[in-house]
Design a protein around this ligand. Structure first.
Ligand SMILES: Cc1ncc(COP(=O)(O)O)c(C=O)c1O
Length: 393
């Protein structure tokens, strides 16, 4: 079939992502590749009870079309919860989205004309780059170090070129696990406000902290209308629910609501109500504490195995939360070639770093997830990767 697809379609499929998804389906492989949370943490029974209670008590109303911006009691609950984390907001600042992925896509759709520039961390969250690419945007890759995005470098670039917005995943970043320092958060918020550049802070992992002191969000520090924020229940309850939230000035929230109306009318109404019920009847923080306990053990197992089995010329990040560790190989090694050998020779998988980079770099880097693999398998998988590395460095 010869179909005349729109130009943007060419940017939608990334062969690296396709391969990664394929690998996650294979049962004969220890996969550190996927970004999936552990299904063991999903509160299945409590969700079943919440859905049943909503259907019994609310009947057809729970299954009806409803407001595009989301179920008002859930927005009120989120406004209170965000307020406790320092983000002062009202329900009219909040739009419930079908995952934070939808909020990211809408911001691209609402702001980007072909050729517009977006400032992103280098490396950045791959599945944000893809929708931005589909709007034919270009990227301003901002270098990172162990304190996250180099905000001074961004400030220097902004003097020369003007990005349409800044997209940043500052806490336990996907893919590196790195957290932007407090000082840089302040400066980034100030830069966005003083230059009148919108900033989207994407924070799916912030509540999954295993160690170190809490760092406030950029949104709470900036207290500026130029700072936008998105969060999600995907990593603290379950991703299959597809419920996230977007927080911004009411004028921006109204535009996101308009985009939502055109796209999917509203986020699944029954699920929004069940989530509200779940969060009213249960202690979300206690639930998050159990996820943290499990992920901390798995992170510790992975860090211990990396120290035990990886050659001295390889380095990696030490995340204080989230799901990912970022590995840097000696510069002569290509992580994509290593992945082919890892799958064939050792039956272990990871994600090579190149697709996360918008400057074409990162060939000697890769991402490991510790979230969805038990401690024993982590030790065995990392030992196997270590043996492969010893044969190849
Ligand atoms: C940095 C980042 N942003 C957004 C998302 C999308 O999450 P959601 O399931 O809420 O759409 C993910 C998912 O892995 C992520 O890692």
């Amino acid at each position: 079939m010869k179909i005349d697809w729109a130009d943007r379609v060419a940017t939608m499929e990334d062969p690296a992502v396709k391969m990664m998804l394929k690998i996650t389906q294979r049962t004969d492989i220890i996969s550190f590749a996927g970004g999936l949370p552990s299904a063991k943490t999903f509160p299945v029974d409590r969700l079943a009870a919440a859905y049943t209670a909503v259907l019994e008590e609310q009947g057809g109303a729970a299954l009806q079309y409803s407001l595009a911006e989301g179920y008002p009691p859930l927005r009120e609950l989120l406004a209170r919860r965000l307020g406790r984390s320092g983000i002062a907001c009202k329900p009219e600042n909040i739009v419930i989205t079908s995952g934070s992925q939808q909020a990211i896509d809408f911001i691209g759709r609402l702001l980007l004309n072909p050729g517009d520039l977006i400032a992103v961390e280098n490396p950045a969250y791959l599945a944000a780059l893809q929708p931005f690419r589909s709007y034919q945007a270009s990227f301003l890759p901002v270098p990172m170090d162990n304190e996250g995005m180099d905000v001074d470098a961004l400030a220097r670039q902004v003097k020369k070129v003007r990005p349409k917005f800044i997209y940043v995943n500052p806490t336990f970043q996907n893919p590196t696990g790195i957290t932007l320092s407090l000082e840089r958060r302040r400066r980034l918020g100030e830069l966005a406000a003083s230059q009148e550049i919108l900033l989207l802070e994407d924070n799916p992992y912030g509540e999954l902290r295993f160690g170190g002191a809490d760092i406030p969000s950029i949104k709470s520090l900036a207290d500026s209308d130029w700072a936008m924020y998105t969060g999600t229940f995907s990593k603290v309850i379950a991703p299959g629910l597809r419920v996230g939230w977007f927080v911004a000035h009411p004028e921006i929230a109204a535009k996101v609501t308009a985009a939502k109306q055109l796209n999917d009318i509203l986020t699944n109404s029954l699920t929004q109500r069940a989530l509200h019920r779940l969060l009213t009847d249960n202690d979300l923080d206690a639930h998050i504490a159990t996820i943290i306990g499990q992920y901390r053990r798995q992170r510790d197992a992975m860090l211990a195995a990396l120290a035990a089995y990886f050659p001295g010329c390889v380095s990696w990040t030490q995340p204080e939360g989230g799901m990912f560790i970022w590995v840097t190989l000696p510069s002569g090694l290509d992580a994509r070639e290593l992945l082919n050998k890892a799958i064939d020779e050792e039956k272990v998988a990871f994600v090579p770093g190149t697709p996360f980079h918008t400057d074409g770099g990162g060939h000697n880097t890769f991402r490991l997830s510790f979230a969805n693999t038990g401690e024993a398998e982590i030790a065995s998988g990392i030992a196997r990767l270590g043996a492969l590395l010893a044969r190849n460095v």
